[in-house]
Design a protein around this ligand. Structure first.
Ligand SMILES: [Zn+2]
Length: 421
């Protein structure tokens, strides 16, 4: 190495000096996970917003590097892509979902979301798919645009806006019929109404459509399907013609089946899946976002003392159904329903994916290349390779041997800028 060049040895400091943002940056970590495989003896070189080299150290002439970052014990990997967040929600043990929707002003919710966006980015989430504003209108669209314009720090956001529900099938509910309450999503039914509502959401510049394919409105309070097969097909047809995907909340096998046949891109939750459901998901190339951490958090908010009390039946069933999804070879999206638990604690979902039987390197693929492929952004992010945007994180240790190493964030780089060091 030529001594004439600045050698920056990584230490945890609060502020990122302005001159650290300039020039060509060369990163020499112990390991590089490129979104698919782990490599050693690699360097990754960033110029302006992009990765200009990623490969064997011998293949790049260091004399061109303005700064060299020696990261002896670190793993460099693509910035993580959270697949299921609600930036406008905060943990339900702080305030119930009903009270957030009914009592918090939109200003308060947006103020909280600004903090949530920053916390997510600092935790290494450089892209986040946000699955519905839950009663906060199109605030998610405005937050996404504010991040893109550099007004506030945060991940690249893909947002759903209001999300779509069938009449009678969403909350807050349980009020006298004379009381008009604001819903956590937008109601629409039947062909004409669905066409109009999907188009109006598209017109507000959402990135994709979120639909609730089932809801806890069965006669005994259990989940049951909401939209008919043809209603779901209508939603997908209209969204698709604008180049947008549809994602479906679905917990029951019936709602999952309808959503898969309608052509949604991912199924969220999927607790009640059967072997047939998973087979259908494979045949139609639909991925599962299992949201393990949300169910776990809600059980704990309900009084379960994890590690002390016996595991609730719901958690045991979820563990089993996730294992079956892995066995069936269903594509697994990384998405935890963060917001139910604190924004910035996204790694909790990845830890649970591994705890429930997934290989750590598969979990890492889900959080990087697989989510990028699923969300149609693989031309920009999700892998460390030449030409990609420089969204990367460095962590102490090796997350393929211990997924919790993702908590030991050393550096977060978004769009070629070091945003945490
Ligand atoms: Zn959700």
């Amino acid at each position: 190495m030529k001594k004439a060049f600045l050698v920056a040895v990584f230490t945890l400091i609060a502020a990122v000096p302005a001159d650290a943002q300039e020039g060509v940056k060369l990163f020499r970590p112990a390991r590089v996970f490129d979104g698919e495989q782990m490599h050693t003896e690699w360097v990754v070189v960033v110029e302006s917003r992009h990765i200009i080299y990623a490969g064997d150290a011998s293949g790049f002439d260091e004399t061109g590097a303005g700064q060299i970052f020696e990261m002896e014990n670190s793993t460099l990997l693509p910035g993580l892509i959270e697949g299921h967040s609600h930036i406008l929600l905060h943990p339900y043990n702080e305030t119930t979902w009903d009270d957030q929707v009914l009592k918090e002003s939109e200003a308060e919710r947006v103020a909280r979301a600004v903090n949530h966006a920053r916390n997510s980015l600092m935790a290494g989430i450089t892209t986040m798919r946000d699955l519905g504003s839950e009663g906060a209108g199109y605030a998610d669209v405005g937050i996404r645009d504010s991040i893109n314009r550099g007004i506030i720090p945060g991940p690249r956001l893909l947002v759903a806006g209001k999300a779509i529900v069938a009449t009678g099938s969403y909350g807050p509910k349980g009020f006298h019929e004379g009381v008009d309450v604001p819903l956590g999503a937008e109601t629409a039914d039947g062909y004409d109404d669905l066409v109009r509502v999907v188009r109006s959401q598209i017109g507000r510049n959402i990135d994709f459509v979120k639909v609730y394919a089932d809801y806890r409105w069965g006669p005994d309070g259990t989940a049951a399907a909401t939209f008919t097969q043809s209603e779901l097909a209508t939603i997908v047809e209209v969204a698709d013609s604008s180049g947008r995907a549809v994602v479906a909340h679905a917990s029951t096998a019936e709602a999952m089946k309808r959503a898969i046949l309608a052509g949604v891109e991912t199924i969220e939750h999927g607790d009640g899946a059967t072997r047939e459901t998973y087979k259908l998901m494979r045949e139609h190339d639909v991925a599962l976002c299992p949201t393990l951490a949300a169910g776990d958090a809600i059980a704990q908010y309900g009084g379960w003392k994890k590690g002390v009390d016996p595991e609730p039946a719901r958690i045991t069933a979820k563990r089993k159904s996730f294992t079956e999804a892995l066995d069936a070879g269903v594509t697994i999206c990384f998405g935890g329903d963060v917001g139910v638990y604190p924004h910035g604690d996204n790694v909790r979902e990845l830890e649970m994916m591994v705890e429930y039987g997934m290989d750590a390197d598969d979990a890492l693929r889900s959080a990087t290349s697989i989510n990028a492929d699923l969300f149609r952004i693989a031309d920009k992010v999700g892998r460390i390779s030449k030409g990609m945007l420089a969204d990367m994180i460095a962590v102490q240790g090796d997350p393929t041997s211990d997924i919790s190493a993702l908590r030991n964030i050393e550096v977060v780089i978004k769009d070629g800028k070091i945003v945490r060091q």
